[in-house]
Design a binder for this molecule. Structure first.
Ligand SMILES: NC(=O)C1=CN([C@@H]2O[C@H](COP(=O)(O)OP(=O)(O)OC[C@H]3O[C@@H](n4cnc5c(N)ncnc54)[C@H](OP(=O)(O)O)[C@@H]3O)[C@@H](O)[C@H]2O)C=CC1
Ligand SMILES: O=C(O)C1=N[C@H](C(=O)O)C[C@H](O)C1
Length: 274
């Protein structure tokens, strides 16, 4: 336990909550973990040798953030709960990293309000590979005007929201690259439904324990280009989110981007790919 930062993790019993606890246990900059959960008895204990000190709370999150002097909150939960947690963080001056997806428009407005009050970093996907995929998609779309585009995502059978947050982010990237915010997004096709104009087909598949896959297909001019990312484990998302938390803590209030975290770490990142 060499670090000095106190990191709060909400939804600590969840799939991502567990990964975040594991990632915090080996992060050099984390000295204390505040694990917040509705179901504290389900939170795995972080008692690995050298892991940061840890406490699990189920009480009022705001009071716990204050009591343990949290520096940054990392939230991967569900939209309704998330908005309450983020409000508690903002009220206590705690920076927030948000990985939760599936907010409606009203929820997005609340996120904007929080970003006005504390350092705020939200990403629909905290993997390096998806950051690279997004850059590749923007470049391909700009280089291939008029090509048909279909976006397909595949996730485990426990995922609630569809399409995935990442797919929605990629769709926004495509609109930006085509300078066309008006294209229809056609979610699956059934019956008499031929492709029309510049529409984008969107397909969400839910099956087994697939961690997360995103594919963008561009077709035209007697050729097909497919750009695909497959996540091998949730650990990549947790590591990215914790790097973001460490980078964000102590900054001025306002909205930050995951690309800034990646750029800052580009020089000293271990990219061993074996
Ligand atoms: N940005 C990214 O890189 C990634 C984002 N995600 C997103 O993270 C979120 C969480 O995913 P995942 O960990 O798989 O989900 P889980 O369902 O496994 O975990 C969500 C946790 O949220 C907590 N929670 C708090 N309030 C509620 C509530 N009212 N109903 C249900 N759960 C609640 C629960 O933890 P407890 O009982 O401990 O309070 C629950 O275990 C999703 O939105 C997902 O899309 C996932 C992976 C990567
Ligand atoms: O729920 C998940 O699991 C994931 N959610 C994120 C999303 O909605 O894009 C990121 C990742 O694909 C895993």
């Amino acid at each position: 336990m060499g670090g000095t930062l106190t990191v709060a993790i909400t939804g600590a019993s969840g799939r991502m909550g567990g990964e975040l606890l594991d990632a915090a246990a080996v992060h050099d900059d984390v000295g204390f973990v505040l694990a917040a959960s509705r179901t504290p008895e389900s939170v795995p204990s972080g008692d690995a040798p050298g892991a940061p000190d840890e406490v699990v709370v189920d009480a009022d999150l705001g009071a716990a953030l204050d009591e343990y002097d949290a520096d940054v909150l990392v939230d991967f939960t569900v939209p309704d709960a998330s908005l309450d947690y983020l409000r508690a963080a903002a009220d206590n001056g705690v920076a927030v990293v948000v990985g939760t997806t599936g907010y409606d428009d009203e929820g997005a407005e609340t996120l904007d309000a929080v970003a006005d009050e504390v350092p705020f970093l939200r990403a629909s996907n905290f993997s390096r590979g998806v950051a690279a995929l997004r850059r590749a998609v923007r470049e391909a779309v700009a280089a291939l005007p008029g090509y048909d585009i279909e976006v397909t995502e595949t996730h485990h059978n426990g995922k609630r929201d569809a399409p995935s947050g990442t797919a929605l982010t990629i769709l926004d990237d495509i609109d930006d690259a085509r300078q066309n915010q008006d294209a229809d997004r056609v979610h699956g096709r059934v019956g008499e439904q031929p492709r029309e104009g510049d529409e984008i087909g969107v397909h969400a598949r839910r099956a087994g324990d697939v961690t997360g896959e995103h594919e963008v297909l561009l077709a035209g001019n007697e050729e097909v280009l497919e750009l695909t990312h497959r996540a091998g484990s949730r650990g990549i998302f947790a590591a990215g989110a914790l790097d973001a938390a460490v980078w964000l803590a102590g900054r001025d209030a306002g909205r930050y981007d995951f690309d800034e975290v990646l750029d800052a770490g580009a020089d000293d990142t271990d990219t061993d790919s074996r």
